[in-house]
Design a protein around this ligand. Structure first.
Ligand code: NDP
Ligand code: X2W
Length: 314
């Protein structure tokens, strides 16, 4: 079986990552537009409606336009943008989120690819809410650092052209200081919690990679779970996953933003101090891997009934 795939936005940061992962796969035929046609709505519409699968790697408005241009009901869409992650009629493309999620993705026509920050947050929080260890109304927070490719071509240029107007030579920059971020509605909805977390993102001078952590005052939680109980709930949730790993913390004195950069894996760890009743839940992933391109390819594989890890870097 051969499937045809069109990446709309193939020249962008995420689009190139996905094309790399699909290159050389015999079961996939890529539909490509000439460079001068890649923003021509008529040519895009032809490609969108000719493909079995399209992957949108576009800014939100262009992603919405691409969906409107896709009139062929047989064309199935994976949208990597933020445009449809909490929209009705779209299936959330995080295969590990719920035991039934991969089956829902397999059957869906419209799949929204998760945001990079929500991927780490949801991986840590959703199983604990599902298990009743974190109440849905609990005041959560999340902090972390992303590689600068997380901001697409514009931020890559800002970090790699420090001496240009608008360039930066910073090593680490906190942002989202207005306590608002485009990913908060997605985190809240898919974690099934009543309040968005207090979110403290930062960008670091690393091209790719990401670390996100959620602190928990275990002693204050109604069920006062132990560090081991938190770790066991996560291990149980990802026991069969070829992508998400819950790893031991013994001997781990430090973690870097680059830990799994260049791969499509996600690592989860639960650091804890039982005497204090404190825990730090930490996820490391690649913003361009499980945080974007890797997840999109995993979703494509699942939708097409292929091995979900085909083409992934694990
Ligand atoms: N970077 C990341 O880590 C992640 C990104 N995403 C999401 O993926 C999407 C793409 O992001 P990213 O790859 O980083 O962004 P980039 O800016 O690197 O790439 C976007 C691409 O879309 C092209 N484009 C813009 N408007 C149109 C249009 N109307 N028609 C056709 N092409 C168009 C741009 O063209 P041009 O080259 O001319 O600018 C560019 O090539 C965004 O929605 C982003 O939120 C999701 C998760 C993580
Ligand atoms: C470092 C940086 O700025 N990262 C972006 C998130 C990456 C991204 O493009 O968001 P999506 O995952 O929704 O596509 C941000 O925080 O807005």
């Amino acid at each position: 079986m051969t499937i045809t795939v069109f990446i709309d936005g193939a020249a962008g940061t995420t689009g190139l990552e996905i094309a790399d992962r699909l290159a050389g796969r015999a079961e996939i035929e890529l539909i490509a537009l000439a460079d001068e046609d890649r923003k021509n709505a008529k040519k895009r519409a032809q490609a969108l409606n000719a493909a079995d699968f399209v992957i949108l790697c576009l800014p939100d408005d262009a992603a919405r336009e691409a969906v409107e241009l896709t009139t062929n009901p047989a064309t199935r869409i994976i949208d990597a943008s933020t445009a449809h992650r909490i929209a009705d009629g779209w299936t959330y493309g995080f295969a590990e989120l719920e035991p039934s999620q991969a089956a829902a993705i397999h059957d869906a026509r419209l799949v929204s690819n998760p945001g990079c920050w929500p991927t780490g947050f949801l991986a840590l929080v959703r199983p604990l809410v599902r298990a009743g260890l974190i109440p849905p109304d609990w005041p959560l927070s999340a902090s972390g650092a992303s590689g600068y490719s997380g901001g697409g071509k514009a931020m890559i240029s800002e970090f790699e052209n420090a001496s240009d107007a608008g360039g930066t030579d910073t090593a680490f920059r906190a942002y989202g200081l207005g306590l608002e971020h485009k990913h908060l509605p997605e985190m809240q909805k898919h974690a099934r919690i009543e309040h968005a977390p207090i979110f403290q993102p930062a960008v670091a001078r690393a091209y790719r990679g990401m670390l996100i952590e959620v602190p928990l005052a275990l002693h204050a939680l109604p069920r006062k779970p132990s560090v081991q109980a938190i770790e066991a709930a996560l291990a149980d949730a990802y026991r069969d996953s070829p992508v998400v790993y819950v790893l031991p913390t013994e001997g781990v004195a430090a973690l870097t933003v680059e830990e799994v950069a260049g791969t499509d894996r996600m690592h989860l760890r639960v650091f804890g101090n039982p005497e204090r009743g404190h825990a730090r839940l930490v996820a490391t992933l690649d913003n361009l891997g499980k945080g974007a391109g890797g997840a999109a390819v995993q979703n494509l594989n699942i939708m097409a009934g292929l091995d979900q890890t085909a083409g992934l870097v694990l």
